[in-house]
Structure formats: C-alpha cells, structure tokens
Design a protein around this ligand. Structure first.
Ligand SMILES: Cc1ncc(COP(=O)(O)O)c(C=O)c1O
Length: 390
C-alpha cells in the first residue's frame, strides 16, 4: 500500500518552513544577510541575489515561511502592513472600483481615499457582515473586494467563502486582511481569497519590536505583479526585521492559543460588569458573527472592544489611563496587553461622520489582550473600572 507523507502541522511549519541550517556554517537560525549587494562572478551571473531591494536571503526565508503558513505558494514581504496594502492596491488601474468593509483599519481607509482616489480608483465602504450589501455594491467596474475579518475595531465577521464567491463571479480580486486572525486561526486562501495581506507588525512578529507587512497568494500572475511592484516601488523590509519576524513566528501558535483564552476570559468578565454596556468579541454567545466565525476560524483571537454604560467620552478616555498592566498604546498583537481609544488614536484618520456611520462610537475602547496571567489582566480592568463613574 502506498503511504502518503503526512502534512506537517502548523507549529512544525512555523518553526521550520523556509529555514534550513545555514549552508556555510550550519547556523540553525537564518543569518541576517545585512548586505545591500552581492558579488557576481561575471555580469548578471550570481547565486540568485543581485541587490537587496530585489531579493535578500533573510527576506526569502521569511517569504517562504509566511507563504507556507497561509497555505500559499508565493509571498512578498514589505516594510510595513501599509506597504503591503499599497502594493496590492497597485494591482488596479485607473477607473477600477473597489468594494471594501466600512470597519477597516483607519490607515487602510486613509490610503484608499486620500492616495488612491487621486489616481482614479473609486471605493465603496460597506458593512460586509451582510452579504446583501456586498452583492449590491459590486458594479461592472469592480475589480477588487477588500475584506477585513474580524474587523478593526468592532470585531465584526464577514463570511470569507461567500464574499469571495461574489468577487469571483464579478471577476474581481478578493483580498483578505488577515492581521487580526493570523493563519493559525484563519486561512483565507483555502476559503477562496486570491490574496492575503498582513500587518506582520502585529501577531506574526508578536513582540512589538518590528514593523513589517506581507502579501501572499497562490496565483502566479498576481505574485509576479506583486514582486514587480515590490522591486519597483521598493517598500522592502530590512534583513534584521525579517529575522525578528521569523523569530517571532516560531511561537505564533503558542501565543495565539493564550491570546484566545485570555481574550475570552476578559470578554466574559467585561460582559458581566455593571459599568460595561456592549462587548465585541466573536467568541461570545450572541455575537452576530459568532456562527460564521466558528466555521471559518479555529479560535476568536486576542482583540476585544467595548463601551461603557455611562456613555461619556471623558470616562472612556480616562479608563485607558487607569490600567497598570494594560499599557495605553496604539498597535496590537504583541505579548503585552494594550488598551486604546480608537476614535482619537488608531481610527482618528477616519472622518467622524464615517466612523459613526460604521458604528464606531466615540466611547469605544479597544483591548489587545496579551499573554500575561489572565487573573492579573482581569484584576487590572476591575480596578480601573472601579474608578469610573457609573
Ligand atoms: C488590520 C490592520 N491592517 C493593516 C495595518 C497596517 O499595518 P502596519 O502598521 O504594519 O503598516 C494595521 C495596523 O494597525 C492593522 O491593524
């Protein structure tokens, strides 16, 4: 009987994919090839690398690793998540239309509206948790459908399989920003997406010490275009940053399990707290996207957002200054817990009217639940909430 080799598990891929012992020395960790150029034996004859903007061995190791984690064939790494988003938007041409979620990372909204609209792209921002909205928004000139799920910061859920089906029928490229979920919890390419983008600054790096992005695909044509844009526009990550991301990825699966269990406990605590009005976490019973999340995700992630019953912006802002274990800072996905006020921080680039229309209230507080001891996180939130007016 023929036996098929077993596919390695996620943890094994995270630790080994794209990373072989260094051929020159046997170093088990991928060396940091901190070089701009590579010596050639005769003109255009080299060992696969000629200039580090076009390619670098540390970056190649990271790109292979990220592609493997997402179940994709190709990956291009970028100097930031925004660098990746910029490159993916450059797959489009003037006159093309994009359907995107209305609860997106503020920087994604900003680059679409303030930069790409100038170059003749047009955008519709809709609530993607309702597929009817997607069907209605698609037009003959729609060439891209941009999905963020879970969304930032309202943790809404879009059905990746059904939304990408609508995109495919319209001959539009479907893109999923998988930053919140990571490939450990959700693999959009397997659900029909054409491209996955990441702010690897977040859970993938995992230690708040690197800014990095990536775009992953199984489509050779899109991959070639992305590589061309990467080389031509030049938003490439440095080798040291690639090394840091590779090191972070080795524990991605372990960290994500803890992020998920801590976030669920924090969401449960908040949802029973007398001063808390609403809690957004896809793992909570009653979350409108919970059933789809259960189908397409392995866990619900480490992000939680909530509002206070007293409904005062002043109280919401004050709460973010009262925690001691949760640090008041932008970003997310690191091992340490963070608290922030989206309306004045991560999402301040969205005009207020757009924010309010999409459901992002001025009183919303967002938590990136880290991997500390969960009882310390809950005690910290309890003491901060006890100092807020009812
Ligand atoms: C969902 C999401 N996508 C993209 C980005 C942009 O990534 P970067 O900050 O690495 O440029 C962010 C940043 O917060 C994000 O939260």
């Amino acid at each position: 009987m023929k036996t098929h080799p077993k596919t390695p598990g996620f943890g094994t891929i995270a630790i080994h994919a794209g990373q072989e012992a260094d051929a020159a020395t046997g170093a088990i960790m991928t060396p940091i090839y901190q070089t701009s150029t590579f010596v050639q034996t005769s003109p255009a004859v080299h060992k696969g690398y000629d200039y580090s903007r076009a390619g670098n061995p540390t970056r190649s190791a990271l790109e292979k690793n990220l592609a493997a984690l997402e179940g994709g064939k190709y990956c291009s790494a970028f100097a930031s998540g925004m660098g990746a988003i910029d490159a993916v938007a450059k797959l489009l041409r003037s006159g093309d239309h994009v359907v995107a979620g209305n609860d997106l990372y503020g920087g994604t909204y900003r680059i679409f509206v303030r930069i790409f609209e100038q170059f003749g792209l047009s955008f519709d921002f809709i609530d993607m948790s309702d597929l009817e909205n997607v069907r209605r928004a698609v037009r003959p000139e729609t060439r891209m459908v941009w999905i963020e799920t879970p969304t930032n910061p309202l943790l809404r859920i879009a059905d990746i399989r059904k939304t990408t089906e609508i995109a495919r029928k319209a001959a539009a490229i479907s893109v999923v920003d998988n930053t919140f979920a990571t490939p450990y919890l959700q693999r959009p390419l397997e659900l029909g997406a054409d491209v996955v983008v990441h702010s690897a600054t977040k859970y993938i790096g995992g230690h708040s010490d690197v800014i990095l992005g990536a775009a992953i695909t199984n489509d050779m044509n899109l991959a070639e275009q992305l590589q061309f844009i990467q080389k031509s526009s030049g938003a490439v990550p440095g080798p040291f940053d690639c090394f840091l991301a590779l090191r972070g990825i080795k524990t991605l699966h372990l960290r994500m399990d803890r992020h998920c269990s801590n976030a669920k406990a924090v969401a449960d605590f908040l949802s029973h707290h007398p001063k808390v009005k609403t809690v957004n976490y896809p793992g909570l019973e009653g979350h409108p996207g919970s059933n789809i999340a259960r189908k397409q995700m392995k866990g619900f992630g480490g992000m939680v957002s909530f509002t206070l019953k007293n409904y005062r912006v002043r109280s919401a802002k004050r709460l973010t200054t009262l925690t001691k274990v949760f640090s008041l800072a932008e970003s997310l996905g690191g091992v340490e817990s963070l608290i922030e006020h989206p309306a004045s921080m991560t999402h301040s680039s969205l005009p207020r009217k757009v924010r309010i229309n999409s459901g992002l209230e001025d009183t919303l507080i967002r938590l990136s639940v880290g991997v500390e001891d969960v009882s310390d996180l809950i005690d910290d939130l309890a003491q901060a909430l006890s100092r807020i007016d009812r």
